[in-house]
Design a protein around this ligand. Structure first.
Ligand code: HIF
Length: 292
C-alpha cells in the first residue's frame, strides 16, 4: 500500500469484455435518449458527473475523489455545485441495476470515458478497481470550483490535484461539450455550436469570438458572443494569463495536441487519490462505431 492513497482492487472475475459491455450499454442509451436537453443528449452531463465525482479530491489531506463512489449519497449529489447531476445519476441507475457488480466510482468514471469517446473525442485509457465506501466518508460540500474565479484562482484550485498549466488548460477544453443552465448554476448558454461533439472548438471560440461581459437574467456576469455562445469568468481567465493564453493558442491550432493532452489530464483527474497496482494495464474501449 502507498500511504494515504486508496488502493484499487480490480475484480479478478471480470475482464475487459465485461467493462466493454457496460460501456456499450451506456453508449447505446446515449444514442437512444438523444432528445435530452434539446437534443444535446446525455454525453455532457456524464462527463460532468465523472469529473464532479473526482473533483472533491484534496491532495493535502488525501480525502475525496472518485474512489468511494460517494456521489451516490444525498449529501454529495445535493451539493449546490452538483445541481442538475441527479439526471445523470438517474440515467445510470438502470445500467447499475443490470451490472450491479460494478462499483459506483467505476461506473461514474466509466460513464465519462464513454461519453468523451462517443462524442468523437480521444481514447481515454481507464482502469477499474474503485471500491464503494460508506456514507460517512462523503466529503463536505464546497470542493468544486467557483465559476467566477480569475486565472490565479483557477491555477490555485487545480493545484489541489497537482495539475500544471498544460493539464489545467487541456482539461477546460471539455467545455466544448454541453451548456450552462440558469436553473443549475446561474449561468446560461453553450460554449459553442457543436455541444455534443468533442473538439477544440472551445479554444477557437475563446480566441476568435467578440466577447462582451454582460449580466445574465440571474444577475451574474458572463461573457457573451454575438453568435449566442458564452464563457464563464473562470473560462475567460485562460485568455487573461499569458502562460494559459499560449496553451489556448496551441490547442486552437492543433486539435491532435489538445486530444493527447486532454486524455492524459482527464485520466489523472479520474484517478486522483487512487493507487493502481503496477501491473494493472489500462483498458482502451472500442466505440460503438468501431464495433459495427
Ligand atoms: Fe464544467 N461547468 N467547470 N468542467 N462542465 C459547467 C458545465 C459543464 C466549471 C463550471 C461549470 C470542468 C471545469 C469547470 C463540464 C465539464 C467540465 C457549468 C454549468 C459550470 C458552472 C452547469 C449547469 O448550469 O448545468 C468550472 C468553474 C470549472 C473549472 C474551471 C472540467 C474541465 C472543463 C474539469 C470538465 O471536464 C461539462 C461537460 C459541462 C456541461 C454540462 C451540461 O449539462 O451540459
Amino acid at each position: 500500500a502507498v500511504a494515504g492513497l486508496n488502493v484499487a482492487i480490480p475484480n479478478k472475475s471480470k475482464s475487459i469484455k465485461d467493462y466493454q459491455n457496460v460501456y456499450n450499454d451506456i453508449a447505446e442509451k446515449i444514442r437512444e435518449e438523444d432528445e435530452f436537453d434539446n437534443y444535446i443528449g446525455y454525453g455532457p452531463i456524464l462527463v460532468r458527473i465523472a469529473w464532479h465525482s473526482s473533483g472533491t479530491f484534496d491532495k493535502n489531506n488525501m480525502t475525496g475523489g472518485s474512489f468511494g463512489g460517494t456521489m451516490r449519497f444525498k449529501k454529495e449529489i445535493n451539493d449546490p455545485s452538483n445541481a442538475g447531476l441527479k439526471q445523470a445519476d438517474e440515467f445510470l441507475a438502470p445500467i447499475y441495476k443490470k451490472h450491479s457488480w460494478i462499483s459506483h466510482g467505476d461506473l461514474y468514471t466509466l460513464a465519462g470515458v464513454t461519453a468523451v469517446q462517443e462524442a468523437q473525442g480521444p481514447k481515454i485509457p481507464w482502469r477499474p478497481g474503485r471500491v464503494d465506501q460508506p456514507e460517512n466518508t462523503t466529503p463536505e460540500n464546497g470542493r468544486l470550483p467557483d465559476a467566477t474565479g480569475d486565472s490565479s484562482y483557477v491555477r490555485n484550485y487545480f493545484g489541489r490535484f497537482g495539475f500544471n498549466d498544460t493539464e489545467i488548460v487541456a482539461l477546460i477544453g471539455a467545455h466544448c461539450l454541453g451548456k450552462t443552465h440558469l436553473e443549475n448554476s446561474g449561468f446560461e448558454g453553450p460554449w459553442g455550436a457543436a455541444s455534443n461533439v468533442f473538439s477544440n472548438e472551445f479554444f477557437v471560440n475563446l480566441l476568435n469570438e467578440n466577447w462582451k461581459l454582460q449580466k445574465n437574467a440571474a444577475g451574474n456576469e458572463q461573457y457573451d458572443s454575438p453568435k449566442g455562445y458564452m464563457m464563464l469568468p473562470a473560462d475567460f481567465a485562460l485568455r487573461q494569463d499569458n502562460k494559459f493564453l499560449k496553451l489556448v493558442k496551441a490547442y486552437a491550432n492543433d486539435q491532435d495536441l489538445f486530444f493527447n493532452d486532454f486524455a492524459k489530464a482527464y485520466v489523472k483527474l479520474l484517478e486522483s487519490g487512487i493507487h493502481f497496482p503496477a501491473d494493472q494495464k489500462p483498458f482502451i474501449f472500442k466505440t460503438l462505431d468501431e464495433q459495427e
